[in-house]
Design a protein around this ligand. Structure first.
Ligand SMILES: [Cu+2]
Length: 315
């Protein structure tokens, strides 16, 4: 969050600077006064009797200093409240003209993303990796499927909770192309730490090409092995939980796999997306993400290779 890549994160960083420097100043002032008081305090020698009379003596000087410090503290705290309110308002003012609409749903422990722009047949769903166009506002609608999650992409925006039964929204814009790490920022169970989201900001033309590709159903697999992999996908349990558009697989319990091969990571940032990791994931998800809602599927080596070959075609 110290390297903002868009206007929303920039505003939050400004507020962060105001708070951090104010608190640092107050801390330094308190230590300074403490050092000065210690240095000035009357020294006594061993064997002296304590000067109890000082407890009775009126001390108008220190009284005034403490009073002034209280007033200054209250004023500084008020100033921080005002700065927060102004930041909040500025965050809400980002223009949403020509915004890209994405519905993000938090699941234990992955994210689904539905792009709802244009006519209904233009919507598509993906998971764990969202692409956005550089320089264009994005309006994310946030929902939760099971428990409370929180979406935080530090370089682009502040945190926002996803609460079951409610809808929240998050506005952001990326002004530099890049891959931005997002995290679930609200403890949501066993695998909370492995609930990552990648936000990929593409130059506009590249983004449009990505969208056009996502709108297509899955490609026909070429080669006997991949065709057999597709058959296994339908006949094993996979299709009960996963959807592959353009085939009969329509499960909604797990991530949409129509274009899984085009993603950088598997299982919300748990593993890099390589054929070897994919095979390892399918044969024993619990080993890599204990508690995850995908069961292990016992498969022969041949079947596993065929399945991995098929998933590899889903670009
Ligand atoms: Cu979560």
């Amino acid at each position: 969050m110290l390297e903002p890549a868009g206007p929303q994160a920039q505003l939050i960083l400004q507020l962060w600077h105001v708070i951090a420097w104010t608190c640092t100043g107050v801390f330094a002032a308190i230590l300074g006064v403490l050092a000065w008081v210690l240095w000035r305090a009357p020294r006594s020698r061993e064997g002296d009797t304590a000067d109890m009379a000082s407890a009775e003596r009126p001390e108008p000087g220190p009284r005034r200093s403490v009073g002034a410090a209280v007033v200054v503290s209250v004023l500084l705290l008020l100033a921080l409240v005002v700065a927060s309110v102004f930041t909040d308002r500025a965050l809400a003012r980002m223009s949403l003209v020509d915004a890209v609409n994405i519905e993000i749903t938090g699941h234990q422990w992955w994210w689904s993303a539905r792009y709802v722009n244009g006519p209904a047949d233009a919507t598509f769903t993906t998971a764990n990796e969202v692409h956005i166009p550089v320089g264009r506002p994005v309006l994310m609608t946030l929902k939760a499927e099971d428990v409370i999650h929180s979406l935080w992409v530090p370089r682009l925006a502040g945190k926002k909770d996803l609460i079951p039964g409610r809808t929240a929204s998050l506005q952001l814009r990326a002004d530099e192309p890049g891959v931005y790490q997002g995290r679930c920022a609200e403890f949501c169970g066993l695998e909370h730490a492995f609930m990552g989201l990648l936000v990929v900001a593409d130059p506009p033309a590249q983004y449009e090409a990505w969208v056009a590709a996502q709108r297509q159903g899955a490609v026909e697999p070429a080669g006997a092995q991949a065709v057999r992999g597709r058959e296994l996908f339908q006949t094993q349990s996979c299709a009960l939980c996963h959807a592959v558009q353009g085939t009969s697989a329509g499960g909604q319990h797990g991530p949409d796999l129509t274009h899984v091969a085009g993603r950088r990571e598997l299982a919300a940032g748990t593993l890099p997306n390589t054929p070897a990791h994919l095979a390892a994931w399918i044969s024993d998800p619990q080993k890599h993400k204990p508690g995850t809602n995908m069961p292990a599927t016992p498969l022969s080596q041949d079947d596993l290779s065929a399945l991995v070959a098929y998933l590899g075609t889903l670009k």
